[in-house]
Design a protein around this ligand. Sequence first.
Ligand code: COI
Length: 409
Amino acid sequence: MPATLRRSSSAKSPAATTSVNSSLEPKASHSPAHFYQNKTLDYYVEQKVTPITLRQLVFFGKRLNEERLIKSANYVRKELPVRLAHRIRDFQQLPFIVGTNPHIQLVYDLYWTAFDKFRKVPPIENTQDNAKYCDLIRSLLRDHLVVIPQLAMGISECSQHIPAAHANNFMNKMLRSRISRRVIVEQHIALSDSSVHSFGGGDEQIGTIFTNCNLKNIIDKCITLIGTKLGPSNKCPPIIIDGHRNCSDFTYISEHIEYIVYQLVLNSVRHTLRMAEANHLDAIPPVTVTISSNDTDILLRISDQGGGMTPETYRDVWSFTSEKRFEKFKEMPKMEARITEEEGEPWSWQGQEDQRLGIGLPMSKVYSEYWGGELKIMTMEGFGTEAYLRIPRLGNQTENIEFEEIEEG
Ligand code: COI
């Protein structure tokens, strides 16, 4: 059956009762199956998500035993269909024509399939049930690797049919919610894997969470990856790390910071190299990464002398739908979503894919705000750019799942 958006009976769009793919599947939306599917969805959409904090995850994972592991499985089992259902409803409320886009339809279908599989999982009672549940999650995690590129392409292709604010609200909600699902499932899988060896685990790593993150080490790791990406024959600006270089001992999912730092430093490196080449400079100016911390936050500034941004580029810096990006996608008409199997950690190849699609910066903002932090960018056209990142260090902020919608104007 072709991918088809099944619209909700309560959707606001005038097309709410019509299947968007009606030429292929006439009157599908009026079929009894459609009615019951949306009734099922309504049941989950009416339920609120239960957000958690990093601290709760650490506390829970530290005293892991079989009973707790099964509890964790059942929390994920109940939470996943609710988190998915809210976003499926957002798809159903997109303008009719946007719903017909093949990339958007593909993601909608993936979400619907995952929702249907997850909601049918019976209560998990023992470690054998849990092992099967983890296998199901792993296979769906793989299927969903294409989600971000497909969404980015779909939304860009539809930019004439949807106001930019609506498109960006939709993307922000989708991406936050995706992080939220991946946080809880990856934590559960990591706990399940560690429990296979012994219930206990190390003190410093609880599942995917590190309780003694060291920012300098994270930056070094990102610089190494950037060096590998540029290749040995390519020049790289000097990268200086200064400030509170010993800043450590904060609790975080280090992959989240690695993603952000990688994107910000790589952007600075790229702009600096481009500027140096355009001006035939022998000495490439440095990129400086400054670390600072106080009792509540870790702060990071990344400054470059890469020439800064024009007002037009700066205006769209957080946008998932800028015209430039749409033009770029148009130049790559045959581009398929690529599931890269490159060596390295998942966040790094996901990060490289996002760079290629030009959404590394808005994605970094989504990651920064997820646990209550922030990301700001200041630019001086003709000179350079500075990015400021603030990360709460106590792990006591709940997941920032709900996105405050930007008014359409
Ligand atoms: C996603 O990665 O988009 C998800 O929804 C994760 C889920 C399949 C566990």
